[in-house]
Design a protein around this ligand. Structure first.
Ligand code: ADP
Ligand code: MG
Length: 458
């Protein structure tokens, strides 16, 4: 299993090709009126090499935009250095473009003038400007709209203008900061595949693309390499090559496996990321127990009820905002609901399933039943505990028995946490009770159980 795993991918990556942009120990901090400063990015090495689409993923506030601005020369690091083809970026003649989420078009200019603007800034003569801009509009599917003003266009078309304006200067590196997040799902999907097509056909001379996104599926769909940022302060959690051929199909197992992997990295900020799942590295023993996200059943119910209120679907980051939750706190709840089959993730949206809808609409006792059924069919550990209790004549079983199996897969600390979560879920669903004095699982109606089930019911 070890041979095909990428255990330290960043080392592999740096040696692949000569970097276009290379950052050495770059940091960003902001001074404070008091003495202490706010560190936004801790010292980070990162290179952008020709031939790849790099996606930078991370929770909001982790410093993705800050990183993009430093790499693209838009802002200067507080410490460390950035090189463009080996020369300090401030002294080099760099050729990059940036596409932002908000289209940032000039409202008083026509589509054609907007696209031509950067050429004008570079001193290209008017005839050339016009020709190159028209070609570019053609390429992004906007011919016929040359004379229109931004306000006359839909969001998707405005972003097409944004792309045309970025590409018209034939940038060597194209930077994009959440370019699809302001668009509706279909428009975004459309634009993504068109961009991929342009890239794959080498229609644009661009050598590398650096995409900032918080959408995991988007990263797995587009990127050759994915970097995941953690926050407080921003740092690289993992950096790996996407082991899937293009074009990619969201429905394949390899695709969903990689999406799950990244979710795990994002939901467990305190745990060293495991190896990247590759097509052949799936090991039965390794996959045996799902990692139970540390979420309370009450939290899962709350999330599902909120989703139902929002017509069954909402962007995860918006949900976090609405709840005034840190995204890292919301992720485990989302993941738990997903594991139980109560919701799905599509395009960065949490979408309630029919089972989730039934759960959210039921009263408490029925909810427990539904949770119990979902847990038994989806979660191996809970199923095993329950079955052991049913099988044994005294209807109790030692927790250590399960810890021994879990510790083949998880660290000691994580085993304890897995056990805590399993106990909370099992109690809530009345699958079993737990006698913490004797460290034994017991049947739920048993007299042996400690009277302390409040934990599971919050
Ligand atoms: P992301 O794009 O991942 O959401 P950003 O790069 O925009 O994150 O921001 C990273 C962090 O830097 C945030 O916590 C933000 O509050 C902080 N930050 C950005 N600009 C400043 C500033 N001028 N002063 C202090 N903190 C800032
Ligand atoms: Mg940002």
């Amino acid at each position: 299993m070890q041979e095909t795993a990428i255990s330290n991918p960043s080392i592999v990556l740096e040696s692949v090709a000569e970097a276009i942009i290379r950052a050495e120990k770059i940091e960003k901090y902001y001074a404070q009126p008091s003495d202490n400063r706010i560190q936004v990015i801790s010292p980070t090495d990162l290179s952008i090499v020709p031939g790849e689409i790099v996606a930078l993923l991370g929770p909001s506030g982790s410093g993705k935009s800050t990183m993009l601005r430093m790499l693209s020369g838009l802002s200067t690091p507080s410490a460390g250095r950035v090189f463009w083809h080996g020369r300090p970026i401030a002294e080099a003649e760099i050729n990059v473009s940036i596409v932002f989420q908000s289209f940032a078009l000039f409202p008083w200019l026509t589509v054609l003038e907007n696209v031509a603007a950067p050429l004008q800034a570079r001193g290209v003569d008017p005839a050339d400007r016009r020709e190159r801009s028209l070609n570019m509009l053609d390429m992004v599917g906007l011919d016929g709209f040359e004379a229109a003003y931004p306000k006359e266009l839909s969001g998707g078309m405005r972003q097409r203008v944004g792309f045309a304006r970025a590409l018209v200067v034939e940038p060597e590196v194209l930077f994009m900061d959440e370019p699809f997040s302001a668009l509706d799902v279909l428009t975004a999907e459309n634009l993504r595949s068109e961009l991929l097509e342009l890239w794959a056909k080498k229609t644009m001379p661009t050598k590398a693309v650096f995409l900032v996104t918080h959408n995991i599926e988007e990263a797995v769909l587009l990127a050759d390499r994915i970097i995941v940022l953690g926050r407080n302060p921003g740092h690289i959690r993992t950096d790996f090559r996407v082991p899937l051929p293009q074009p990619r199909d969201r429905k394949t197992e390899a695709f969903t496996q990689l999406v799950d992997y990244i979710y795990k990295v994002l939901t467990r900020p305190d745990v060293e990321p495991a190896e990247v799942p590759g097509p052949r590295i799936r090991d039965q023993r390794q996959m045996r127990y799902q990692m139970l996200p540390h979420a309370r059943p009450g939290g899962i119910a709350g999330l599902l009820e909120l989703l139902l209120d929002k017509a069954g679907r909402d962007d995860i980051y918006r949900l976090a905002d609405d709840l005034a939750f840190e995204i890292d706190d919301l992720f485990p709840i989302v993941e738990a609901a997903q594991l139980l089959g109560f919701l799905k993730i599509e395009e960065g949206d949490a979408v309630i399933t029919p089972a989730g809808e039934e759960y959210a609409n039921s009263e408490i006792l029925r909810q427990k039943e539904l949770f119990r059924d979902a847990a038994l069919s989806n979660i191996l550990l809970l199923r095993q505990i329950r079955r052991a209790l049913e099988t044994k004549s005294d209807h109790t079983v030692a927790a250590d028995f399960f810890l021994d199996m879990l510790d083949e897969q998880f660290s000691e600390e994580e085993c304890e946490r897995q056990m805590e979560t399993a106990i909370a879920w099992g109690r809530y669903a009345e699958l079993f009770g737990y006698d913490s004095g004797r460290r034994r699982f017991v049947m739920p109606d048993s007299q042996d159980e400690e009277i302390s089930s409040g934990e599971g019911a919050q």
